[in-house]
Design a protein around this ligand. Structure first.
Ligand code: ZN
Length: 79
């Protein structure tokens, strides 16, 4: 049973993932730097499959983040 990829909204296109950002320290891995591609708006960690979505980027707008724990707070309200 594989859980869906964890989605994390970030404010900068360059992030570091060590797999242990407060949720499951036992699943940590060597720190991995991820450069988010502007064209797709997200980057994925090769170790833990965590997905980093650039806030306000393409992937954020088309609802990729809505599949994660951060979604489900009602309709987007970008007037
Ligand atoms: Zn990771």
């Amino acid at each position: 049973m594989t859980p869906p990829p964890e989605v994390t909204l970030v404010d900068q296109p360059r992030v570091a993932c060590d797999g242990a950002s407060g949720i499951a320290a036992a699943l940590g891995h060597p720190r991995q730097y991820i450069q988010i591609d502007d064209a797709i708006g997200y980057g994925e960690c090769g170790y833990c499959d965590r997905r980093f979505v650039l806030r306000g980027g393409v992937a954020d707008r088309d609802g990729a983040a809505a599949h994660g724990p951060l979604g489900g707070q009602g309709a987007p309200d970008h007037a």
